[in-house]
Design a protein around this ligand. Structure first.
Ligand code: PEP
Length: 251
């Protein structure tokens, strides 16, 4: 049984106090950690305060980015070691917004995945594809190549705990989610890629999320799909009541 994971991606929203208030608002109202995992990706400056607020609760703290090195002359970068020291559990890597706006390549994402694992945190790796690729039958090859490149040098033992999020680029931030059949197909394709490149046992364990305009109205139908183990929610996660209602739907 794969434990469902509901993750919020706040992107560049909420200041430190608003982030802490949100944690305080939800933390006593979540289902037990044995049934469901909940994580929140706040802005970098808020992460430590969020981790302090989440102490003694089951809220997992997610960073939205991490650099490939622990320290050095890298002005402005975010050390994975500093994130781990600040109480961060997971790191979101390879998000479509970072790939398109900050030119992150598969190789860069792979280096960040390795550094995140070395710092003792778990990567949540985003994979994307475009509607053109999907419609022209190129997605199997594209998703396979993207995943294999970002997982280069990631061992069997490490990959089991990694989370992958299938985020079709036409659905992220679009206000229009992927049809649940297409969302399921994308997640199934990722699981098949893991089975082919690692093993069926690993593919059976790994959690695969769907991300792209998830909201309280569509979450239930998406979560009914066999290969969708959770969701990564952007815009609809910013309101605590909305977020709690989605968590409770999954539970
Ligand atoms: C995201 O940022 O990963 C995302 C899925 O955003 P939204 O839910 O707003 O589409």
């Amino acid at each position: 049984m794969r434990k469902p994971f509901v993750a919020a991606n706040w992107k560049m929203h909420k200041n430190v106090q608003e982030s802490v208030d949100f944690i305080n608002q939800i933390k006593g109202k979540l289902p037990s950690f044995d049934q469901l995992e909940v994580g929140i990706a706040g802005t970098t400056l808020a992460l430590h305060s969020m981790a302090v607020a989440a102490k003694d609760s089951d809220v997992q703290i997610i960073a939205q980015n991490a650099f490939k090195e622990f320290e050095g002359a890298y002005t402005g970068e975010i050390s994975p070691k500093a994130l781990a020291d600040s109480g961060v559990d997971y790191v979101l890597l390879g998000h479509i917004e970072r790939r398109t706006m900050f030119n992150e390549s598969n190789q860069m994402v792979n280096q960040k995945v390795i550094a995140t694992l070395q710092a003792g945190m778990t990567p949540i790796i985003c994979t994307d594809e475009t509607m053109v690729q999907k419609e022209h039958g190129g997605s199997v090859h594209y998703v396979f190549a993207q995943l294999m490149n970002v997982l280069h040098d990631v061992s069997f033992d490490q990959v089991k705990n990694i989370i992958i999020s299938y985020e079709p680029s036409w659905a992220v931030g679009a206000g229009q989610h992927a049809n649940p059949i297409l969302a399921e197909e994308g997640c199934r394709q990722i699981r098949q890629t893991i089975a082919d490149s690692y093993s069926y046992e690993v593919a059976d364990k790994i959690r695969i999320l769907y991300g792209g305009s998830v909201n309280p109205d569509n979450i239930e139908e998406l979560m009914r799909k066999r290969d969708i183990d959770g969701v990564l929610i952007g815009r609809a996660s910013l309101d605590a009541d909305n977020f709690l209602s989605m968590v409770n739907t999954v539970n």
